[in-house]
Write a protein of this length. Structure first.
Length: 550
C-alpha cells in the first residue's frame, strides 16, 4: 500500500487548478490521509502556469515530496514542465482535448464537459473524477466531497463527474485509512479563526498578496463570525482606523505584506507611544519593493523587529503551519490587549496560502482573556505608573473617566510634557517590556522536534520548519523552532540547545536573519543553509547540505 504520495495538478491561470487541488486534497482527507498542499502561481489573472502539489500520507508532513507520483495536466505546459519530476512508477493523467501524448492516460475532459452542457472551467471536475476512478476511489466518496465543496451549479458538475467516472478505467487501488479526517485550513484561514475565537471585532486591510485571503475569508463569513471587515483606501488608513477602533474598545486586527507594513511604520510607533493594542499580520513575500508578489522569502524578520522610531515594546510571533496559526493568533490578540502594545504576527507566503491538516481540538485550548480594566476608583489615569508597567484600561464614554491617547510623550493623564519627567514614562514602558519577557518564558515560545539528545541541531522558522523537520528525522538530529521571537525566549532557547555542539540555521533569505537574531543573543550559529529563489526547501536538499556541514 502506498502510504506517502504526491499529486500535482496544473494549468493556466483561470483553469481552476487551485480549486481542483483543494478538492483532491479533501477527497484524500475523507479517506483518512493527512494532507498538505503547496500552491505555486504567477502574478497573472490569465495564462502563465499555476499548480497545486498535494501530499497525502499516513504520517503528517508539511513539505513537498521531491518526486511526483501522479501528474494531472490541464494543459501541455504542465506536462512539459513537470514530467521530469515524475517518480519511477509515476502516472500521468492529461487533458486529451488539448494534449497529444503517448505517455499517460488521456481523458476527454473538455468534450465531456461540453456534452453535458457545462462551462469550460468545469473540465477540471472531469479531470479530478477521472483521476479518482483510476486510483480506485468510490463514487460515493467523490459525490460527498463535490456536493460539499462546489457552491454553484452542483447538479451540472455532478453530471460531468458521473460521465467522467463511467468512461475512465480503474488501474490502481488507494486504500482508505481507518481514522477520522482533520479539518483543512490555510494559514491565513487559521489565523483569522484564532482571532475570531478570541473575540475579534474588526478587521481592516487593503488587498496585498499574500495576506488578501484573510480579508476575503472574514468578509465571506461576516454574518457567522460577527466581525466587521473594512477595506480603506490604503495601508496608512488601515492602521490608523484600526488604532481608532482599538482606542474605542474594539478588538482589532489588520493584515498586509512587507510593502504595506512599510507604510504603517509611523503609526506603529503611534501604537507604541499611545499604548494601543493591535494585532498586525505581516505575511512576507519576495522583496525588496514589489519583489515577487506570489512567491516566498523570509526577508522581513529584522525589519519587523526594529520597525518604528523610538523605543517601545512589541511581540513578534512567527508560526510555521496552520495549526500554529490557529493557536498563536489567538494568543497574539490576548497579548496585545493584556500588554496594550503592538503584536506582529509574522507569516510567510507559504504559511499563509498553503493548506494543512489541522487538529480541531486546538480550538478547545483557545480562550479569550480580559485585559486589566480600570477599577472605577479615584481619578482615571490612562497611563498610570504601575510596578509591572501595565496601566488599567478604560474607554471613551465611560462614566467619570477622561480617556486620552497621545502621540506626544505625556504624564499619567495623557497630557503632553517635555520636561525631564518623561523619563518616568519611558521607564514604565520598559518595566512593561520586562514583564512581557517573563511572560514569554512561560509560554510555548520554542518547539523541539527530532532527536532531542543529538549534539547536532538545526534551527528553522516559518514554513522552513516543515522540510527541516523531515530532514531532522531522517538524519536523527534535533530541530529547534523559535515561534515567539520578541521578546526573545532566551532561557527556553538555551534549554532547547543544551548539549548541542554544532548549530545550523535554515532560512529562506539571503543573509541569515534568524542567525543574526541568535548571534545577538549570544547563541553561536556555526553554519547557514539559505535559499532565496522564491521556492521553499525540499527536505532532501536540506539533508544534502547538512551532510556537508555536519
Amino acid at each position: 500500500m502506498l502510504k506517502d504520495f504526491s499529486i500535482l495538478i496544473g494549468g493556466e491561470a483561470g483553469q481552476g487548478s487551485r480549486m481542483a487541488g483543494l478538492i483532491i486534497a479533501k477527497i484524500f482527507n475523507q479517506l483518512g490521509y493527512r494532507v498538505y498542499i503547496y500552491e505555486d502561481y504567477q502574478s497573472l489573472i490569465r495564462g502563465g502556469h499555476n499548480f497545486s502539489q498535494i501530499r497525502a500520507a499516513e504520517k503528517e508532513f508539511q513539505s513537498r515530496k521531491e518526486k511526483i507520483d501522479f501528474l494531472l495536466a490541464l494543459d501541455k505546459n504542465t506536462l512539459n514542465l513537470h514530467k521530469k519530476d515524475l517518480s519511477k512508477n509515476g502516472v500521468i493523467v492529461f487533458n486529451k482535448d488539448k494534449i497529444r501524448s503517448k505517455e499517460g492516460i488521456g481523458i476527454e475532459i473538455e468534450k465531456i464537459t461540453k456534452e453535458m452542457g457545462g462551462l469550460p472551467i468545469m473540465a477540471n471536475t472531469a479531470l479530478i473524477v477521472g483521476f479518482a476512478k483510476i486510483v480506485g476511489i468510490k463514487w460515493q466518496t467523490l459525490k460527498d466531497v463535490l456536493e460539499k465543496e462546489i457552491k454553484r451549479e452542483i447538479e451540472l458538475n455532478l453530471k460531468i463527474a458521473k460521465r467522467s467516472y463511467e468512461t475512465s478505467k480503474n488501474l490502481l487501488k488507494i486504500e482508505k485509512i481507518k481514522r477520522e479526517p482533520k479539518i483543512l485550513l490555510t494559514g491565513n484561514e487559521a489565523a483569522a479563526l484564532g482571532a475570531v475565537k478570541t473575540g475579534l471585532n474588526f478587521y481592516f486591510a487593503y488587498p496585498m498578496t499574500p495576506a488578501t485571503s484573510i480579508m476575503n475569508f472574514l468578509a465571506r463569513e461576516e454574518e457567522k463570525f460577527k466581525v466587521k471587515v473594512i477595506q480603506p483606501e490604503n495601508e496608512i488608513s488601515v492602521i490608523n482606523m484600526a488604532l481608532g477602533s482599538a482606542f474605542a474598545g474594539a478588538k482589532t486586527m489588520i493584515g498586509t505584506s512587507g510593502g504595506g507594513f512599510a507604510l504603517m511604520v509611523e503609526a506603529l510607533s503611534l501604537a507604541g507611544q499611545s499604548e494601543t493594542p493591535i494585532l498586525i499580520i505581516e505575511s512576507q513575500r519576495g522583496g525588496p519593493s514589489t519583489g515577487m508578489p506570489t512567491y516566498n522569502l523570509q526577508g522581513d524578520l529584522l525589519f519587523v523587529l526594529s520597525a518604528g522610531h523610538g523605543d517601545f515594546p512589541r511581540f513578534v510571533i512567527a508560526p510555521g503551519d496552520a495549526e500554529q496559526c490557529l493557536y498563536y493568533s489567538a494568543l497574539g490578540l490576548n497579548l496585545a490587549w493584556k500588554y496594550q502594545t503592538p503584536v506582529i504576527f509574522l507569516l510567510d507566503k507559504d504559511v499563509s496560502e498553503n493548506t494543512f491538516s489541522v487538529d480541531e481540538k486546538i480550538l478547545e485550548k483557545i480562550q479569550s482573556q480580559n485585559p486589566i480594566f480600570w477599577d472605577k476608583k479615584g481619578e482615571y489615569k490612562r497611563y498610570k505608573i504601575t510596578d509591572n508597567g501595565i496601566s488599567p484600561l478604560a474607554f471613551p464614554g465611560e462614566k467619570n473617566a477622561i480617556v486620552k491617547a497621545s502621540s506626544y510623550e505625556h504624564d499619567e493623564f495623557g497630557i503632553t510634557i517635555e520636561s525631564e519627567e518623561i523619563e518616568k514614562m519611558q521607564k514604565k514602558r520598559m518595566r512593561k517590556y520586562e514583564t512581557m519577557k517573563k511572560e514569554v518564558e512561560k509560554l510555548p515560545a520554542v518547539r523541539v522536534y527530532g532527536n532531542r539528545k543529538s549534539k547536532k541541531a538545526i534551527v528553522a522558522w516559518g514554513i522552513s520548519k516543515g522540510a527541516a523537520m523531515e530532514a531532522a528525522e531522517n538524519l536523527r538530529i534535533k530541530l529547534v523552532q523559535p515561534i515567539i521571537i520578541e521578546p526573545f525566549p532566551k532561557k527556553q532557547m538555551e534549554t532547547a540547545l543544551k548539549g548541542v555542539k554544532k548549530l545550523v540555521s535554515i532560512e529562506l533569505n539571503a543573509t541569515g536573519q534568524m542567525a543574526k537574531v541568535l548571534n545577538s543573543q549570544g547563541i553561536k550559529v556555526d553554519g547557514k543553509i539559505l535559499k532565496y529563489n522564491g521556492r521553499p526547501f525540499l527536505a532532501k536538499e536540506i539533508e544534502e547540505k547538512l551532510k556537508k556541514l555536519l
